[in-house]
Write a protein that binds this ligand. Structure first.
Ligand SMILES: [Zn+2]
Length: 304
């Protein structure tokens, strides 16, 4: 197990939840790692008591060092049972950088998960290349929504049906309440603050800390209020526009998350010409960076 993976770990004297937070599964999204570092610093300085165990792990160490999304393959698109099985039992080559990273991260998570906890929670911190990207991504089958709902930011369901192999897709298998937290624009100062707020939220909502931190919700809410249009509460993903590098996909400028779009509206262009939205809906994660295989998603609001 690579010791560089550990950002911080606190084990309390009293029973409580296991909270695992991962930053930098995409190596160009350093904000989660920085936020974790800052939270552990505050816990130590203020001697904040932790119930159970709280641990912060780096995702893709080699890619973080290079500030790249990944080296050989996307570490958030590879968590298929067959791939993990092949890695564990040596059928895969282990020749790529991410083969080693995936195995090592899995060993860390499994080693740290041993023991009795009131519940097991895993949050995976990400940032997006488009504006207004503050939301949670939750697998459809996740029934335990009390922690995500307490964070009071939009929740996206059904993404796992459009993109396979995310870390989230794998860990419900291992009895975790797991979700991803998208905390704003890659490389922005606000992203670190948003991630920090998200980490405190989860620690409080899971029972890991007993007193709410003052900054809870403040940054998130201020960002959401000041910056953009109203957010939906919960949305379900209808459509993914998949891309390849050869497509020369280019999103038209100015789109942001949760922006309303109409069927037939031109959103992007590539080698084949204009790309339009197939549905009326809400645009999610329009791609404004060079790497990645998802051009954009269209979602619909879930109404109660
Ligand atoms: Zn990411």
């Amino acid at each position: 197990m690579n010791p560089d993976r550990l950002i911080g770990k606190v084990e309390g004297e009293y029973p409580g939840p296991l909270v695992i937070v991962i930053g930098g599964l995409h190596g160009n999204e350093n904000s989660g790692v920085e936020a974790l570092r800052q939270v552990f610093e505050v816990i130590e300085k203020d001697r904040i008591p932790i119930m159970g165990k709280f641990i912060g792990l780096r995702g893709n160490i080699a890619a973080l060092e290079e500030n790249l999304r990944f080296i050989d393959y996307d570490m958030n698109r590879c968590w298929y049972d067959h791939h993990i099985h092949a890695l564990k039992f040596g059928q895969a080559g282990r020749s790529s950088s991410e083969d080693e990273e995936v195995l090592d991260l899995l060993e860390w998570i499994q080693a740290e998960s041993v023991g009795r906890y009131t519940q097991k929670v895993m949050m995976d911190l990400h940032a997006t290349s488009s504006e207004n990207g503050v939301f949670l991504v939750i697998p459809q089958e996740e029934k335990n929504l009390s922690i995500p709902k307490s964070m009071k930011i939009p929740i996206i369901f059904g993404l796992e049906k459009k993109i396979g192999g995310t870390l989230l897709n794998y860990f419900p298998n291992e009895h975790f309440v797991s979700f991803a937290f998208e905390g704003g624009v890659i490389g922005s100062d606000i992203a670190v603050k948003l991630h920090r707020t998200g980490i405190w939220d989860v620690l409080y909502a899971s029972g890991s800390i007993q007193v709410e931190r003052e900054e809870r919700h403040h940054d998130v809410m201020e960002y959401i209020r000041n910056d953009h249009m109203p957010h939906p509460g919960r949305v379900s993903v209808l459509y993914r526009h998949a891309i390849n590098r050869q497509d020369n996909f280019k999103m038209l400028p100015g789109f942001s998350n949760f922006q309303k779009v109409k069927a037939g509206e031109v959103l992007a262009q590539d080698n084949t010409g204009e790309i339009t939205s197939p549905f009326d809906g809400l645009l999610i994660m329009p791609l404004y960076q060079d790497s990645g295989n998802d051009g954009f998603f269209i979602a619909e609001e879930i109404l109660d």
